[in-house]
Design a protein. Sequence first.
Length: 223
Amino acid sequence: MNFEIIANNFRNLIANKLFLSFGSTFLYCGVGASVGVFVALLAGYGLTHTSVKHKNFWFLVIYSGTVFPFESYLIPIYRAYYKVGLYNTRTGMLLFFMALCIPFAMFVFRNFFLGVDTEICEAAKIDGANSWQTLIKIMIPMAKAPLAIVLLQQFTAAWNNLMFGLTFTKSANIRPVMASLSLLGNANIPLMFLACIFVSLPAVVLFFLLRDQLVVGYAYTTK
């Protein structure tokens, strides 16, 4: 193995600012996907075990985000971002990835919580627990499997996103890593191969960490 060639390729990756995109993407996927999944968790719980009115209506409103192809949102979001100053900003990308995660994750959590007996929540209320305490101390520990699979799916979906990263950003330090990877070109095959391996590591590590919950969690995504 020629370590000098590998070192030169790493220097080329640094020169192409891939590591800056790598850090920005960690922010988008880690924070954006986590917050989006948490909001979806609250929505799924609220639509099943609370006294929210018109639950089916709100479910359809949130889930409608998955009805149309994501490409149909491209031009409207681009125009809106450009007008309000969110184009080519980390805040804009964070908000986008948060919103991207919520509809499907809410659907999974709603399916899971529908299968939880309401008597569990009623018993918690009798013991003096409010809705928030019931969610934190009872529901979330029970939902480890669907939570794991949703986190993995939404993280990898955000990490592998190319089209929106190319459209909503132009600076190397703001651009997601897949967009930066696509702009490296294909002239240097060893460099591209090293970059592909490097950007694949976070998803592989996350899959390894959540492997015990994945088989059980997939059951809730197919209901």
